[in-house]
Design a protein around this ligand. Sequence first.
Ligand code: NAG
Ligand code: NAG
Ligand code: NAG
Length: 771
Amino acid sequence: MASSPSYACIIILLSLSFSFSLVVTVTVTVTAREKQTFIVQVQQEAKPSIFPTHRHWYESSLPDKASIIHTYQTVFHGFSATLSHAEAQKLQSLSHVITLIPEHLRHLHTTRSPHFLGLNTADTAGLLKETDFGSDLVIGVIDTGISPESQSFNDRDLGLPPPNWKGQCVAGEHFPPTSCNRKLIGARYFCAGYEATNGKMNSTLEYRSPRDSDGHGTHTASIAAGRYVFPASTMGYAKGMAAGMAPKARLAVYKVCWNAGCYDSDILAAFDAAVADGVDVISLSVGGVVVPYHLDVIAVGAFGASEAGVFVSASAGNGGPGGLTVTNVAPWMTTVGAGSIDRDFPADVMLGNGRVIGGVSVYGGPGLTPGRLYPLLYAGSDGYSSSLCLEDSLDPKSVKGKIVVCERGVNSRAEKGQVVKKGGGVGMILTNGPFDGEGLVADCHVLPATSVGSAAGDEIRRYISLASPPTATIIFKGTRVGMMPAPKVASFSGRGPNPESAEILKPDVIAPGLNILGAWPNTVAPSGLASDSRRSDFNILSGTSMACPHVSGLGALLKAAHPDWSPAAIRSALVTTAYSVDKEGGPMVDESTGNVSSLFDYGAGHVDPQKAIHPGLIYDISTYDYVDFLCNSNYSTHNIRVITRKVAECSGAKRAGHAGNLNYPSLSAVFQQYGKHLMSTHFIRTVTNVGDPHSVYKVTIVPPPHTELTVEPDTLSFRRLGQKLNFLVSLQTMPVNLSPGSSTVRTGSIVWSDAKHTVTTPLLLTMHQPL
Ligand SMILES: *[C@@H]1O[C@H](CO)[C@@H](O)[C@H](O)[C@H]1NC(C)=O
Ligand SMILES: *[C@@H]1O[C@H](CO)[C@@H](O)[C@H](O)[C@H]1NC(C)=O
Ligand SMILES: *[C@@H]1O[C@H](CO)[C@@H](O)[C@H](O)[C@H]1NC(C)=O
């Protein structure tokens, strides 16, 4: 599970992004370096009447009123500002200031790597018809903006926006007010937080407007709600129909991610605006480090959104396959990991000794000469940087005319190809490191190139060291469908356990996130490289960034079918109907190892749109339940107030309660082993009937190995819709031999079924030996 190499890698990534931001800050101004952005929460109702607006009041508490970045009034009450340490301390001492949250920088959850999925419209056909394709619902996409010209956002046959819609189409650079239509009904951008830290943006490199200069936001928006476009393909790959999950749902985009990343103060402004505008769903393919919820602006913003009935779907992050890598873990968000689909893009390596090794690529230019073998070079034998093919690290004299082996890491995969091409190389073989395992991401390279797994990389390097001279070629085979097994858990998908709340199983579900076809701006190269002049209206990307909008679109369809469902009810429907087998009925495997995956990898499993619409029973959760959960998780009254904007009453009884009693649709028991005594716990759950008015559900218990699991009662008899019934789950087991500091997990499930519905609640048991 949590292996030490994975931690090392995370730390390197964090320190890299940290040093980048330092470099940027130094080039701005001296004051910017001394100051930092804080998000300030105030007691909104304490505003003295002499101030006409809250903003006037906030300004009066600061030495320089220009330091205010944004004010917030919907999901959060307060403002953000750049403050010196002394100013921050002074503000904190004011009686109406509840807290100051230091800003974090977030990043997009894409692996920037072409791969494919054509959405399986057959899977969703029934759901689409039942919901009129989600046409009255609005999905808010918090991302890099949008390219409004894309055919995926045409408004053919769409009626007026929903009557309660309050959003706007905010114009800006290369984004006139006419950019919106009946499909794209809202667009806003938030850059004040970005510019407070980085200085004014360079308008030749990005647009000060909702227009997307990156491609990520256009891609994710089209996955959630793109119209049917035929034919769609990129560089000749993945030809077919492109369609989002909810093709008639409306889109509102909130651009918060810029060239240097996505700043918390801007993200919170986007949540605030989206909820006030009246979105039904928020799609967030952005994240960062996991911190306690009261310090996590995404968790705070999402709480306010969820309280307003907005379903928030967020990406689990691309930190896998190591353990504890899942992000966006607050229990009021739906956390989405990534799975594969049954298509790939084979591009095999053939070595001079005749050995053929499988790889993948969506390179679409002129290929290598068929039948010819090219000299093969691994530049890593003479230094660290050349094995990674970093900028200026390759000597053209040795690279010219050769296929070069490059290792993954540090610079982007497409950039390595650019470096090889610049040195005169004819091709590239991109090899995974041990950390990446066998998970392959196909990219839209600028020269003939393919990606191979870690074991294949070792074999190729061994061949190079022994053969004289080593030679190879790459054979591109186009798009292949019907690949089994599928789905698999994508190598990079963020894994549990949940680093913040072990009692809450995260990710909740997985959805397609490997090789996803989506819309692309025709101003950006599909490789993302500035030097690449190729253009395409579609692109193939991978990441939990691509998985999240699938669930956002599904959330909109479920809400269209069941307008009275809460965000928790929508998640429950997705969780209890998810599957953990592949299409051939075998247990779902992990792409990185080929081994069977666990609940830490896929949560409840892969989403099943058709079943999620008729779940039978749901586990609902109210705002009060989340407050109890926070009390039971030992959050202080003060910190609970930061999250919920209300003074919570954590009575002694609640503090003594158990965080696992949140009415979550999955169960996670965590035992600390002290001594040799029998260990036991119990959970109370409440299910609401949303199936047939008169229905009788019987339980089937699948206990984890060596564990006693009971459910009382074993039958639930409902007499009406909306009726709620409780049951009690008890779990008992003996300690096992574990070395100090280590853990072991076991899994089981509780399945309720009537004649028509199967409601599966996954159960995870973690046993931990304290140090
Ligand atoms: C903006 O970026 C362009 C292209 O990289 C560069 O030539 C120009 O100097 C930059 N402008 C500023 C003000 O930094
Ligand atoms: C995968 O399974 C094999 C065989 O059971 C085992 O030896 C190996 O350690 C497993 N790999 C991982 C990463 O769990
Ligand atoms: C909260 O604190 C109590 C008492 O210190 C402890 O027994 C309990 O395990 C803690 N709960 C959580 C979820 O950390």
